[in-house]
Write a protein that binds this ligand. Structure first.
Ligand code: GLN
Length: 302
């Protein structure tokens, strides 16, 4: 363990605590997902040869730079465990801000209110979501693993959610997460942003779109090297997809509806300008725990 910790710290430039946590997490997984308490209690016990071999393999993958979330195949987000694969972005803590801001805008129905939509397998492009149109409806654009939409749907079981992604592989992961978490008030659809949504209207649209500039050096470092580029980067200034999401949102929002989305650390001013150009009101940006303007949004009046 101690050896693995120092190898990880040296190879990946991790702080000692971080390296210790990673070594522990990998060992825990290598031992067949034993409890952390068990691991601590047996810290000095010899490890069986087959478990040692598995651990070495996991360590090797991590030393090659593969993200811990892909090695484990899961990542916790907003208190729920999500399956993640290289077809999906790894949910990040700063995205929980988007979930919190969205929850403030989704009414909590009286307890006992039944879900309004049933979990249905992902529909192909052109598929249609049924619904009376009178209930509160939320759209998640570019859902990936489903982390945002499913966290919201879990917290608001009486509200109807639609989650779209252009990638069928990502949609399959999101659908599996919905099943694992037993969340049924959501439907999935393959769509390039709004393309397959026809004239559907929503009370709230949320998104964590790709927003990193194509030439950004961050894309060549750390976890980002292993994540789908289509989920990370978007044109020269990183704003290509955000421009589309903002400009087309008013067509899909009911009067008084909100658009909320995550963006890059230096994009808030530009994004507020885009929202203004598209006719949004009550435009705002909110800071993440690091004090960085990370989520912006606005509402349409008509
Ligand atoms: N927040 C991610 C990062 O900067 C990027 C995710 C995204 O483009 N939506 O690492």
């Amino acid at each position: 363990m101690a050896q693995a910790q120092s190898v990880l710290a040296d190879a990946l430039g991790l702080a000692p605590t971080e390296a210790r946590i990673e070594a522990q997490v990998l060992l825990k997984h290598g031992l067949g997902d034993v409890a952390r308490a068990w691991l601590i209690a047996h810290e000095h016990d010899p490890v069986a040869a087959k478990h040692e071999a598995t651990f070495k393999l996991l360590l090797h993958r991590r030393l090659e730079g593969e993200p811990v979330a892909y090695i484990l195949g899961e990542r916790e987000f907003f208190g729920l465990m999500f399956k993640v694969t290289p077809a999906t972005l790894i949910p990040r803590p700063e995205t929980e801000l988007l979930v919190e801001l969205a929850l403030r805008r989704i009414p909590s129905p009286p307890s006992g209110c039944p879900p309004t939509a049933m979990l249905s397998p992902p529909m192909g492009e052109g598929g249609r979501q049924t619904g009376s149109g009178s209930e509160f409806r939320v759209l998640d654009l570019g859902t990936g693993s489903g982390a945002i939409a499913l966290s919201l749907a879990h917290a608001r079981p009486g509200v109807e959610f639609v989650a779209v992604d252009v990638s069928p592989d990502a949609l399959a992961v999101a659908y599996e997460n919905a099943q694992r978490l037993e969340i049924s008030n959501i439907s999935f659809m393959q769509s390039n942003w709004y393309a397959a949504l026809d004239t559907q209207l929503f009370d709230l649209i949320v998104s964590n779109p790709p927003y990193v500039a194509v030439g950004d050096a961050h894309l060549r470092h750390g976890d980002l090297r292993f994540e789908p580029l289509s989920a990370l980067s978007s044109g020269e200034d990183g704003l290509d997809d955000i421009r589309r999401i903002v400009s087309e949102a008013p067509v899909h929002l009911k009067p008084g509806g909100w658009l909320l989305f995550e963006h890059g650390y230096d994009q808030a001013a530009k994004v507020r300008e885009l929202l203004q150009l598209a006719g949004f009101n009550a435009i705002f940006s909110a800071c993440d725990l690091a004090g960085i303007e990370r989520v912006s949004g606005g509402c349409v009046l008509t």
